[in-house]
Design a protein around this ligand. Structure first.
Ligand code: NAP
Length: 521
């Protein structure tokens, strides 16, 4: 392989340019023309129908079926693990450069069909155009980045000190069969990132996508299957996590579990994976990225306009359904009222509608009926805990979409439930801090530790936050969402997970084990 050009992030699309808008509209039409088809499991080279199916639906119009999927059962998960295990016997020895090549080809194809991939997410999970575009760009970034990281790992022996009279090597070899279990909220990026990292490192994968977003996962798998990835390296087994998740996690041939999702499911996997099953020859590796209750802190020296803007984007981007969402705005008392007024005013300008209508729609539906109920229940709790400043209601549409108005509560105590628990929806708790000390204390007061942001012009305060604000991804004078592959390795502390730092130089190590070889010369 010739030397690859340096990694560069895939540029985001500007929809104010008419040609870009037109291209996206064509992709929307293309996807619309493909709605409602049927998709089997893929185990090895076999397309498998299981006798039962489930539908992926459009949360803007729940009657609209995106695709109908074979529903994986326990026996399918077991068979997929066996097939992956058998494929591993050869895939583990495939030249890492060849493995990287599959990722690079998939990246090239996804780049060519970028808007199509994004449009699927507009329909399948209600992403506004720019959010869907960012998701696809991130997926492309992961493919490009992990391909390069794998090549870098093959050169790891260069890092060893020479031992006289010996030739020494450090080989990063794969682990085995992995269960890859992504969430629905970055249904392309996170699914692509976890899957491609595992595969390029030489492992074989059973991918169980979120039941809300199997379509985009299938489209990604097709890129690899159609490009000659050997059968069994990537197996596709959608199905309810509650029914087949334990089977995948518990299986004695499962070597690792890469999961991103809620704290509840993540901690369950952590516990179950720790139990050594009869016939199991290893301790399972778990890579578990979970929830957040992220905060944007603003002090009295800050650029208040920029802070208000950052709070709104962090809180309501993709309807607040990001693990990195800034669902708490912690403002020092001196400027609290000013910032609160500006945040409410800016949030009022957001347009809530079905995202396929155009790029002007920047608020879509929430993920599904269950999410709608959970979020509305939290809004009810919020009315007891703070002052409702904006929103608070579901928006009714003729098609019964799952729309909730962007909602802001003011003067929420730092220990209130809506300030402590992950709501995962368009609900912002604004918290009044006595001063900067108090603000940092409140920011660190949850069980999570994923992202955080500080707006301040006071250098000493930023330096204090650098030391004391205990989050995996800390940002100064900018929003707390939008981590870039290669620049902001992503992962959280405490109950936010195992701090895997996706998109960073250490991530692939999680999917490998190092073998040191010394030969006497
Ligand atoms: P979730 O309900 O925990 O589901 C995540 C995945 O786990 C889905 O594929 C789900 O399948 C599966 N699952 C469910 N029960 C399981 C079980 N018993 N065993 C194994 N797998 C099981 O989370 P979500 O609602 O999809 O995603 C939202 C959550 O993800 C939020 O908490 C968010 O903060 C977090 N998140 C974290 C990060 C991060 O990097 N830290 C990034 C994105 C999202 P089904 O769909 O079939 O139930």
């Amino acid at each position: 392989m010739t030397r690859l050009p340096d990694f560069r992030n895939e540029p985001l699309t500007d929809y104010s340019i008419p040609a870009n808008r037109a291209a996206f509209e064509r992709a929307i039409d293309l996807v619309r023309s493909q709605l409602g088809q049927r998709y089997p499991l893929r185990i090895g080279a076999d397309a498998v129908w299981t006798g039962d199916t489930f539908d992926s639906i459009n949360p803007s119009r729940p009657a609209e079926v995106i695709g109908t999927f074979a529903k994986g059962r326990k026996e399918d998960a077991e068979r997929a693990i066996a097939v992956a295990d058998s494929a591993f016997q050869t895939w583990q020895y495939t030249d890492p450069l060849e493995r990287a090549g599959y990722l690079l080809s998939a990246a090239a194809e996804m780049r060519r069909r970028k808007h199509e991939f994004s449009a699927w997410m507009v329909f399948e999970i209600g992403k506004p155009w720019s959010e869907a575009d960012a998701d696809t760009c991130e997926a492309i970034d992961f493919l490009e980045y992990y391909a390069r990281q794998m090549i870098r790992l093959t050169e790891a022996s260069d890092m060893l000190y020479p031992c006289p009279g010996e030739q020494n090597q450090l080989l990063y070899i794969p682990l085995g069969v992995g269960a890859v279990i992504p969430p629905w909220n970055f249904p392309n990026a996170i699914m692509t990132g976890m899957t491609s990292a595992a595969i390029v490192a030489g492992n074989c994968v059973v991918l169980k996508p979120s039941s809300l977003t199997p379509m985009i996962a299938y489209k990604f798998c097709e890129l690899l299957w159609n490009n000659g990835l050997p059968p069994g390296v990537l197996n596709f087994v959608p199905g309810p996590g509650s029914a087949i998740g334990d089977t995948m996690v518990d299986h004695p041939r499962t070597r690792f579990i890469a999961f991103t999702g809620s704290k509840e499911v993540g901690t369950r996997i952590f516990e179950r994976a720790a139990k050594v099953q009869p016939g199991q020859k290893w301790l399972k590796r778990t890579v578990l990225e979970m929830g957040g209750k992220d905060a944007v802190v603003v002090d009295e020296t800050a650029d208040l306009e920029a802070a208000a803007e950052g709070i709104v984007i962090s809180a309501f981007g993709f309807q607040g359904q990001k693990c990195s969402a800034g669902s708490r705005a912690i403002i020092v008392d001196k400027v609290y009222d000013t910032v609160e007024a500006r945040v409410v005013e800016k949030t009022r300008q957001l347009r809530l509608d079905a995202p396929d209508l155009g790029p002007e729609v920047n608020q879509g539906p929430v993920a599904d009926k269950n999410a709608m109920k959970t979020i509305m229940d939290y809004i009810e709790v919020g009315t007891q805990e703070g002052k409702l400043l904006l929103g608070g209601k579901a928006k009714q549409t003729p098609e019964g979409g799952y729309f909730i108005e962007p909602t802001i509560f003011g003067d929420v105590p730092g220990d209130a439930r809506i300030a402590q628990e992950e709501i995962f929806g368009p609900v912002l708790a604004m918290i009044r801090a006595r001063d900067y000390d108090d603000a940092l204390k409140i920011a660190n007061s949850t069980e999570f530790g994923l992202t955080g942001s500080v707006y301040s012009r006071d250098r000493s305060r930023l330096e204090r936050a650098r030391r004391e604000f205990h989050v995996g991804n800390l940002y100064f004078n900018r929003k707390c969402t939008g981590a870039l592959v290669g620049s902001h390795p992503f992962g959280g502390f405490n109950m936010s997970g195992t701090d895997s730092k996706a998109g960073g130089p250490d991530y692939l190590l999680l999917f490998t084990q190092a073998k040191s070889v010394a030969e006497r010369l």
